[in-house]
Design a protein around this ligand. Structure first.
Ligand code: MTE
Ligand code: MO
Length: 397
């Protein structure tokens, strides 16, 4: 049959070309075991990122039934610090994993049937989604958005793609993963294919040490933006603790938010509303109410956290002025004319929390204009994006 001959010729040529191309890429550390060992670390990093990312997502866009802990007050520093730090750590892991397995792109035959084709296609999706996810996340921490799609929605949707494709990939590779679960097993079990030669083991260890050093380096050089213990080695992170007016970094200035005139207007008042009841308080009237001092962090979604000492009026006390019952939540609104951070909602446990303040002072001085003068919200365990600056209104929800 001529068709059979043609198929055999194509197959032989393809195999020869594949072997020729793959030969120079052969490396003792490019073994299934390396792929499994690095894959385990990378998979763990992705799962940690996914879970902490979901937490951050739902804090900002909760489903109606969701309730969040108000304690510990630095909870979001922990979850988001871990999110960004593991994301950064996954860069060297992802590169090592791709280096280990990319010669497989050249394998012959490219597909061995429908299941194999689907599996390879999904690996393609996984790799592409993971690269975009990690790269956009990293650029976001530097507040650089060189693209035209909304960051949050894309990062969130891709996270599901990555985790879904990862689950299928792990399931498909389960036999290999189990075989390399423990080296002793592979060797003592006499499974020749799974065991390693000494040369292989040595180069693999070398590679893993290099990858481990890479992970340690990127963590040491950036995690100081999130965690005080590492602040001395923070050389590359976009934020430095303690830098900025009143020792606090500023993302959005009053000028950028176009609130300068409204925020410095001596006629400014804070309006507090519950149903038909409302009061408007000047800054002097707010300052004459009982003041509370708290030590609370600004923990930004980009990963940086800075603690500060705030002083101001409890939101609960303001709500009591308009007879709001303790089960009510609250919405605060900024003078900022537009933008996603103009309002934020406090569920009842946060609105009535004794450490949730309309802050007037920071570090013993009136708030800097860039930190939200005349008044800003500060509450425990919330992402920075929800700590609204330049308040004009507090209303019950
Ligand atoms: N009105 C208003 N409030 C805001 C913001 C803003 O852009 N507008 N930025 C938020 C963000 S993202 C953070 S992390 C904290 C601290 O931001 P800053 O660094 O700009 O002070 O304030 C929050 N409050
Ligand atoms: Mo932020």
């Amino acid at each position: 049959m001529r068709l059979d001959r043609l198929r055999d010729t194509v197959d032989a040529r393809g195999r020869a070309a594949s072997d020729r191309a793959a030969a120079p890429l052969q490396h003792p550390a490019r073994s299934p075991r390396t792929a499994v060992v690095v894959g385990r670390l990378l998979g763990t990093a992705f799962v940690v990122c996914f879970v902490t990312g979901l937490y951050s997502h739902f804090l900002q866009d909760p489903l109606p039934w969701m309730r969040f802990p108000t304690w510990p007050s630095n909870l979001y520093q922990l979850t988001q610090g871990i999110h960004v730090t593991t994301g950064i750590a996954s860069v060297p892991l992802l590169l090592a994993k791709l280096w280990t397995v990319y010669p497989r792109l050249l394998q012959w035959p490219p597909v061995r049937g429908l299941v194999h084709a689907v599996e390879r296609g999904l690996v393609g999706v996984l790799v592409a989604a993971a690269l975009v996810e990690v790269a956009t996340g990293l650029l976001n921490t530097y507040q650089w958005y060189p693209w035209h799609f909304p960051f949050r929605g894309t990062h969130y949707a891709l996270a599901w793609v990555v985790v879904g494709a990862l689950a299928i990939h792990v399931a498909a590779q389960l036999p290999t993963i189990v075989r390399h679960r423990r080296r002793e097993r592979a060797v003592s079990g006499g499974q020749v294919s799974a065991g390693s030669t000494t040369a292989e083991t040595t180069t693999r260890r070398g590679l893993l040490v290099a990858v481990g050093a890479g992970v340690a380096a990127v963590v040491l050089l950036t995690a100081g933006q999130s965690f005080r213990v590492l602040r001395r080695t923070n050389l590359f992170a976009p934020r430095v603790q303690g830098l900025g007016p009143q020792g606090l970094p500023v993302n959005k200035t009053a000028a950028a938010a176009r609130v300068h005139d409204a925020a410095t207007d001596p006629a400014w008042t804070l309006t507090v509303v519950h149903g038909a009841r409302s009061v408007a308080l000047t800054r002097a009237e707010l300052a004459a109410l009982p003041q509370t001092e708290v030590e609370l962090p600004i923990a930004c979604v980009e990963g940086w956290t800075t603690f500060a000492r705030w002083r101001g009026v409890r939101v609960a006390d303001l709500l009591a002025l308009v007879d709001a019952p303790s089960g009510t939540g609250a919405r605060v609104t900024s003078l900022e004319p537009s933008g996603p951070y103009r309002t934020s909602d406090l569920e009842p446990a946060f609105a009535h929390h004794p450490r949730t303040l309309v802050a007037l002072e920071l570090g013993g001085e009136p708030l800097d204009l860039d930190h939200g003068y005349p008044a800003r919200l500060i509450a425990p365990a919330r992402p920075g994006v929800l700590q609204t600056k330049w308040l004009t209104r507090v209303e019950t929800t």
